[in-house]
Write a protein that binds this ligand. Structure first.
Ligand code: ADP
Length: 304
């Protein structure tokens, strides 16, 4: 079954800006789907229409086979959402924000409290439950948004830039929480500018540009289109120009670091490393120069 089925979706704002120009998109139940695109592409408009914060101009949207025009309440009950902007009452406490949301979905008090405890523990907010939300750090506010979105156990979670402005440690803890949630069956749709986040989390990807879906594929297929990759090698000893003169794919950054650009179809990293070793060049560590998706993403946008 599809968690989301969008057909011919159009949105024109105030009869001028055509934000969506006929988008078709299906996301299977259980998927972790990344919706990508440059600023102004239409991502938030799609998320807004699915969650009924924005009215579509035409087209259809079904959530788990329920058309939002036919049974709005049921369709909405399947969804949890964290919008891009923090939109809770700054003067309410953490627990009230989550409990009020539970009340909004008609959950019984006892069940809501159990769910609150579980979510605050998982999202590492339990010691802040009595705090008014404006006193929380940026990372805590993001986690509170996720707790609030999940209180009624939605089958589909929509995350609009969930880790924007969050430091590295918290970002990693949010990622592992989301991975676990997805592995337990929740379908997740994510919009993000962070391509590392996409590579770590998403199984399938849609790329939207100027109101059109220009790519709808798996992460694996997308990455397989990458023929060449750049790495930075940290060396054990100082390297001389003479030592690397025979390697056109190498460029010295300084005496202890070299950059390699390798075409994976033509050469293996392994054979290159053997040759380097023959020249007496030892490698201490290695990392990707950029996020692998970055170049691919920019190429797709520029040719669409
Ligand atoms: P994204 O989330 O990909 O950055 P949006 O969905 O926010 O893109 O915006 C898509 C287009 O719709 C942009 O051109 C944006 O300026 C326009 N837009 C978004 N919201 C409104 C609005 N409330 N009124 C008028 N135009 C809007």
């Amino acid at each position: 079954m599809n968690a989301l089925d969008i057909r011919s979706l159009k949105k024109t704002y105030t009869n001028v800006t055509k934000a969506l120009k006929g988008v078709n998109l299906q996301v299977a139940q259980g998927d972790f789907f990344g919706l990508l695109g440059p600023n102004g592409a239409g991502k938030s408009t799609i998320i807004g229409i699915i969650s009924s914060l924005i009215r579509k101009t035409s087209g259809s949207v079904k959530i788990f086979n329920t058309d939002i025009d036919k049974n709005f309440a049921l369709a909405k009950s399947f969804i949890g959402i964290t919008p891009q902007e923090l939109n809770f009452n700054q003067f309410e406490t953490v627990e009230d924000i989550v409990l009020n949301q539970a009340g909004f979905y008609g959950m019984r008090k006892k069940l809501a409290r159990e769910r609150l405890d579980e979510l605050l523990e998982k999202l590492r907010l339990e010691d802040r439950r009595k705090e008014v939300s404006r006193n929380l750090s940026g990372g805590m506010k993001r986690r509170l948004m996720i707790a609030r979105a999940l209180v009624h156990k939605p089958k589909l979670l929509l995350l609009d830039e969930p880790t924007a402005g969050v430091d590295i440690e918290i970002r990693h803890s949010i990622w592992s929480f989301l991975k676990e949630l997805n592995s337990l069956g929740t379908t997740i749709i994510l919009t993000t500018h962070n391509l590392e986040e996409v590579e770590i989390l998403c199984r399938n990807i849609g790329i939207i540009n100027s109101g059109h879906l220009i790519e709808d594929t798996s992460l694996r297929t997308l990455l397989s289109q990458l023929d060449s990759e750049s790495y930075i090698l940290d060396l054990e000893d100082e390297v001389t120009d003479a030592q690397i003169a025979d390697f056109p794919e190498l460029k010295a950054i300084d005496k202890h670091q070299i950059e390699i650009n390798i075409n994976k179809k033509e050469k293996s990293l392994n054979s290159l490393f053997v040759k380097l070793s023959d020249k007496g060049i030892g490698i201490r560590s290695m990392r990707n120069k950029n996020n692998r998706l970055e170049k691919l993403f920019l190429d797709l946008i520029s040719t669409s």
